[in-house]
Design a protein around this ligand. Structure first.
Ligand code: NAD
Length: 256
């Protein structure tokens, strides 16, 4: 029997074939899950639709997480088509480019709100609508975070603060939803070349730094994050909730 046979998973955050959310989708597909995808805007639809169709997805919907009506529509469609939901993947983040390059002290109010809204609040917006669809099914939610929430990573700036809020939200959501049998976890991934990563100044230096200093002496790839999401969302992770699991070649344990 496949690990996710008969399970229905909604994947938020595929932009292209390099997206971490896509690697998760591939891992889920290979273990028998049925998948729904969302995309943020028409430009990305051209990329996401063929990928989604390649894994047999029949639910492919627009969803800008800053728009409540689009979020509502996705969950209304999932209820109508599937009647329930087992897994939610949240792999969404955004900050203005200048806020990922200038000193953190210069962060504007608008830039702070935007990063927080898209990268942290959106998990709550999705979780509060997904939870009723998961009741009685033992659902699992996973979001993506980065170590810039715990330590200073130059240029990560406001995104580090948004990720700290996201990780705290994982714990509060795990507490709220635990009595319903719903688990909520985060994967703290090491740096991977993706569209979102391209927005961070001097990203190449981050990759180099990790490969030199991480215990495993290398970077990680999206497939490794996919396999970890599979563990967290399948029965293998049945007692794990409220956790932030580092998938970073061990980089985070280093002091010097
Ligand atoms: P990506 O660019 O492929 O994915 C980011 C996604 O966020 C895109 O699909 C984009 O459409 C979506 N998004 C942005 N604004 C949105 C909005 N308003 N509404 C809906 N969707 C929106 O890059 P990725 O690296 O795969 O990022 C996925 C997640 O992984 C992010 O949360 C990111 O912070 C996290 N992460 C990435 C790395 C890395 O090094 N790439 C490391 C750790 C954590």
């Amino acid at each position: 029997m496949q690990l996710l046979e008969g399970k229905k998973a909604a994947i938020f955050g595929v932009a292209n074939e390099r997206s971490i959310a896509w690697a998760i989708a591939e891992a889920f597909h290979s273990e028998g899950a049925e998948l729904a995808f969302t995309y943020a805007g028409e430009v990305l639809e051209k990329r996401v639709r063929p990928l989604a169709e390649s894994v047999g997805s029949k639910i492919i919907l627009p969803c800008d997480v800053t728009k409540d009506e689009e979020v509502e529509k996705v969950f209304a469609d999932l209820r109508e088509t599937w009647g329930g939901l087992d897994i939610l993947i949240h792999a969404i983040a955004f900050a203005n480019k200048e806020d990922l390059a200038n000193p953190y002290v210069q962060t504007s109010r608008a830039g702070f709100h935007l990063a927080m809204d898209v990268s942290a609040y959106s998990l709550i917006a999705l979780a509060q609508r997904a939870a009723p669809l998961m009741e009685g099914r033992g659902g699992a939610m996973v979001t993506l975070t980065y170590m810039g929430s715990e330590r200073v990573v130059p240029n990560y700036n406001v995104m580090g603060v948004a990720k700290a809020a996201l990780e705290a939200s994982v714990r509060y959501l795990a507490h709220d939803l635990g009595p319903k049998g719903i688990r909520v976890n985060a994967i703290s991934a090491g740096p991977i070349r993706t569209l979102a990563a391209a927005g961070i100044s001097d990203f190449k230096a981050m990759l180099h730094h990790v490969a030199e200093r991480a215990p495993l002496k290398r970077n990680i790839d999206a497939e490794e994050v996919g396999k970890t999401a599979l563990y967290l969302c399948s029965d293998w992770g049945s007692a794990v909730t409220g956790e932030v699991l580092h998938v970073d070649a061990g980089y985070n344990i280093m002091g010097m």
